[in-house]
Design a binder for this molecule. Structure first.
Ligand code: C2G
Length: 449
């Protein structure tokens, strides 16, 4: 009996998939089909799969061609499966020619002719209109967005905006993208959505005008510097059924989600303390170090450090204390936020002129979580206990620099695919805005003393 194996995502199951499975079945007597999990697809850069793993399995099952269906969830699994299931033939479509030659050491490899003119990517595109995005601000974040967007299909960057002509021109030349510098509304006419990466104090204004013009908004944080402004933006977005997403990248990173799940599943008991620290020594000439009004450690990093605290202890703290080390201009080089809860406490530390250990520690009644720098991308974390010999190490999958997960969330939300905003809720954003407002007031007062 000849045993054949093939693998795939089989998203939006189509004729190409059916032809492939039909041909694969004909190669032998028994066909095993490996269907990828969402995590595995994310790990290999496919971040926009639409059907759930169960739906994709069901679609393969319905063809009646698979004698057995298995799950593919990790790199290197093909070699294990081939041996485990006594496979004679491994097959896959001709788009993979060469890639799997190494499996010839274990069985015969056959690349089957790929069906032309059909693919999941094409179907995703026809089902969902391409989202034309314009970038506001052509500074440091804009090139990162440009580099990452290609990993999320359905997003197309068409232009940029920067009222500072010189910087806009340099960007236009380097990236060959039209840059508007005068009329923001004219810039908005070309697009469905904006990604705002301009200086902090301008986010709110750009976001509001974009929403009023009916454009979806993804903005670097902080979107607004007061609770009232943030509420106003949400109200416009709700009224016009638009997506308003705050770019706190950590919230969308798969590893961070997994860390939260680990804690919420009770592995460390009850959470009693969360300590999060994020520091990056900024160039003394950069805006973060020179703009006493809208630069500084708090506005750069506080949202990242408050995120795990609100996620794990909630937003209903009893007391808050914020202390900063200011430079001569009144800019905070280092800020420490301490929160007291009914049953716990938390510290968020951020710095642009003070360097510290960038780690996240979640202390519980039965153990603790340690995520080392860069915990905000959450590539690795450990669960530790009283017994120092017991350490569970988690190394979640992570691709790129984290931005693609945020872009993917933005696209999914616009396409109406995200069922709930659990990754970053309005309540959490409002709690962050409230602290931001408090901090801004405090800084003003300190300066006026
Ligand atoms: N396919 C095809 N013709 C198409 C589209 C896809 O023959 N027009 C084949 C692919 O070559 C693959 C299978 O259908 O063999 C599943 O395709 P995908 O769902 O795109 O999965 P893929 O990313 O190719 O997964 O471990 C996973 C495998 O490496 C392949």
């Amino acid at each position: 009996m000849k045993r054949v194996i093939t693998y795939g995502t089989f998203d939006l199951f189509h004729q190409g998939h059916l032809n492939l499975l039909t041909r694969a079945k004909k190669l032998g007597d028994y066909l095993i089909v490996g269907v990828t999990t969402e995590h595995f697809d994310e790990a290999r850069g496919k971040v926009n799969v639409i059907d759930s793993t169960l739906e994709r399995i069901e679609n393969v099952r319905k063809t009646g061609l698979a004698d057995e269906i298995i799950i593919e969830d990790h790199e290197g699994q093909k070699i294990e499966d081939i041996q485990k299931y006594h496979i004679d033939i491994f097959t896959v479509g001709s788009d993979w020619v060469g890639t799997f030659d190494y499996l010839n050491n274990f069985c015969k490899v056959i690349y089957l002719e790929r069906t032309p003119d059909i693919s999941s990517t094409m179907l995703r595109k026809s089902r969902f209109r391409i989202i034309n995005v314009g970038i506001v601000g052509t500074g440091r974040m804009a090139p990162r967005f440009l580099a990452e967007d290609k990993y999320v299909s359905g997003i197309h960057i068409v232009c940029a905006y920067n009222p500072e002509r010189e910087s806009g021109d340099a960007f236009r030349q380097k990236y060959d993208l039209p840059v508007y510098s005068e009329d923001y509304e004219e810039f908005l006419e070309n697009i469905d959505a904006v990604y705002i990466a301009s200086p902090n104090e301008t986010h709110y204004g750009y976001a509001k005008r974009a929403l009023l013009a009916g454009r979806h908004v993804l903005s670097e944080n902080p979107i607004a510097l007061s609770k009232r402004d943030m509420e106003e933006l949400y109200a416009i977005a709700d009224e016009k059924s638009l997506v308003l997403l705050e770019g706190i990248k950590t919230a969308y990173c798969p590893g961070f989600q997994q860390l939260l799940n680990t804690v919420q599943s009770g592995k460390i008991g009850e959470v009693r303390d969360v300590e999060a620290c994020f520091t990056r020594l900024a160039d003394p000439e950069a805006r973060e170090r020179t703009d006493a009004d809208y630069g500084g450690a708090f506005l750069e990093y506080a949202a990242y450090t408050l995120l795990p605290i609100f996620k794990l202890l909630g937003t209903h703290y009893k007391d808050i204390k914020i202390d900063s080390i200011l430079d001569e201009k009144g800019l905070d080089l280092y800020t420490k936020i301490q929160l007291i809860y009914e049953q716990g406490m938390a510290t968020a530390k951020c710095g642009v002129g003070v360097k510290s250990e960038g780690q996240l520690v979640v202390a519980g009644t039965e153990g603790y979580i340690l995520a080392e720098s860069p915990w905000w991308l959450t590539k690795k974390y450990e669960v530790r206990y009283e017994d120092p010999s017991v350490i569970d190490v988690f190394e979640p999958r992570f691709q790129g620099d984290g931005l693609r997960y945020e872009i993917s969330e933005f696209a999914s939300k616009i396409n109406g695919l995200e069922r709930a905003a659990y990754k970053l809720t309005k309540e959490e954003i409002m709690a962050i805005s409230e602290i931001t407002e408090h901090f801004m007031k405090m800084r003003m007062e300190q300066r006026n003393q």
